[in-house]
Design a protein around this ligand. Structure first.
Ligand code: ATP
Length: 272
C-alpha cells in the first residue's frame, strides 16, 4: 500500500478531530470588594454534554455563569464559547448563547407571547418563525392559557418558564441556565427536562444548569462540576465525580459543613 493510501486509510478510520469545548474557562477570577467570589476557575464543558454545576450557597456558581455569558466582566481569565473568545467578540459569541440568568428581570408589562416574540425579534429572527416557535414553546411549557396574561401577573414558576422560552427561541448552540427548576412544578419540570434532553440528544446542543438538587443533577446530567469557595473541587462525568456512592454523598464529602443543629437548643420549644 502506498504511503498516500495508508495516510488516507488512517484519516478515514481515525476518530473525527474533536472540536473545541462548548465552553472553556481558564483562570477565571472575580472579586467584589474584599470578597473573592471566583478564585481561578478552569473548566471545559464538552460540546453535546448536559453539564451540571453544583455547590453550596455562595460558592460562586452564579458569578461563574454570569462571567461565562457576558453578563459580568471577569477580573482575570478567559472565556471561550466554541473556541471564540467571549470578551474579544461578544456579539458573535452571544449569538450562540441562550441564557436564563439568576433573578431574571423581564419586560413584565408584555404578555407571555409578546415577550417570547420580542426575544426572537431581538435575535434577528423573522416574525413568522418567531410566531411559530412562540406557539410551540407556550404549548411545551404549558403556558398557552396564560399567553395573553401580562408577565407581571405570572407566578414565580410561570416567570421562570417564560424566561426559559425566551432563552430557547433562537435555538442557541449553548444554553446556560441558572437554577431553571426553582419554583417550577413537577410536571413542568419534567417537561423542561424532556425539552433539554432532546435538545442535547437530537439537536446537538449543549446545556449547563446550576442546581442544588443533587438527585436531579445525577439523573439528568452526564457531566458535573462541584464548586465551593470559588474553586472547582471536582469535575468530570457524573460517574467519575460520584464514584461508588451518590452524587449527594460525594458532594457532602467534598464540601463538608454538615451541622448537628446542637447550637439551636432554644428551638426545642417543648423543653419549656
Ligand atoms: N454583586 C455582588 N456584590 C458583592 N458580593 C457578591 C456579588 N455577587 C456575588 N457576591 C458574593 O460572591 C459570592 C458568590 O456568590 P454567587 O452568587 O456566585 O454564589 P452561588 O454559588 O450562585 O450561590 P447560591 O447557590 O446561593 O445562589 C458570595 O459570597 C456572594 O455574597
Amino acid at each position: 500500500m502506498s504511503s498516500n493510501a495508508m495516510s488516507d486509510l488512517a484519516a478515514a478510520t481515525a476518530p473525527p478531530p474533536a472540536g473545541p469545548p462548548a465552553l472553556a474557562l481558564r483562570g477565571l477570577w472575580k472579586r467584589f470588594g474584599t470578597k473573592v467570589a471566583v478564585a481561578g476557575i478552569d473548566l471545559d464543558v464538552p460540546t453535546g454534554s448536559f453539564y451540571g454545576l453544583v455547590g453550596p450557597n455562595g460558592a460562586g456558581k452564579t458569578t461563574t455563569l454570569s462571567m461565562s455569558t457576558g453578563l459580568l466582566r471577569p477580573d482575570f481569565g478567559e472565556v471561550r464559547v466554541h473556541g471564540q473568545d467571549l470578551w474579544a467578540a461578544p456579539i458573535q459569541v452571544k449569538a450562540m448563547l441562550g441564557v436564563l440568568p439568576d433573578g431574571v428581570r423581564l419586560f413584565d408589562r408584555l404578555t407571555g407571547r409578546q415577550l417570547i416574540t420580542y426575544a426572537g425579534l431581538l435575535r434577528g429572527m423573522d416574525r413568522d418563525t418567531v410566531g411559530e416557535r412562540a406557539q410551540d414553546l407556550l404549548e411545551a411549557l404549558d403556558l398557552v392559557a396564560d399567553a395573553t396574561t401580562l408577565v407581571v401577573d405570572y407566578s414565580a414558576g410561570m416567570t421562570k418558564k417564560i424566561a426559559l422560552a425566551c432563552a430557547l427561541v433562537h435555538a442557541p448552540r449553548l444554553l446556560v441556565l441558572d437554577e431553571p427548576f426553582e419554583a417550577v412544578d413537577p410536571v413542568s419540570a419534567a417537561n423542561i427536562r424532556t425539552i433539554l434532553a432532546t435538545y442535547v440528544r437530537d439537536g446537538g446542543g449543549t446545556v449547563i444548569v446550576s442546581s442544588h438538587v443533587m438527585d436531579l443533577v445525577q439523573r439528568m446530567c452526564d457531566h458535573v462540576a462541584v464548586i465551593a469557595a470559588g474553586h472547582v473541587l471536582a469535575a468530570g462525568t457524573v460517574d467519575e465525580v460520584r464514584g461508588v456512592g451518590s452524587l449527594e454523598d460525594r458532594f457532602v464529602e467534598l464540601v463538608g459543613g454538615r451541622s448537628t443543629g446542637e447550637g439551636l437548643a432554644w428551638l426545642r420549644t417543648s423543653s419549656d
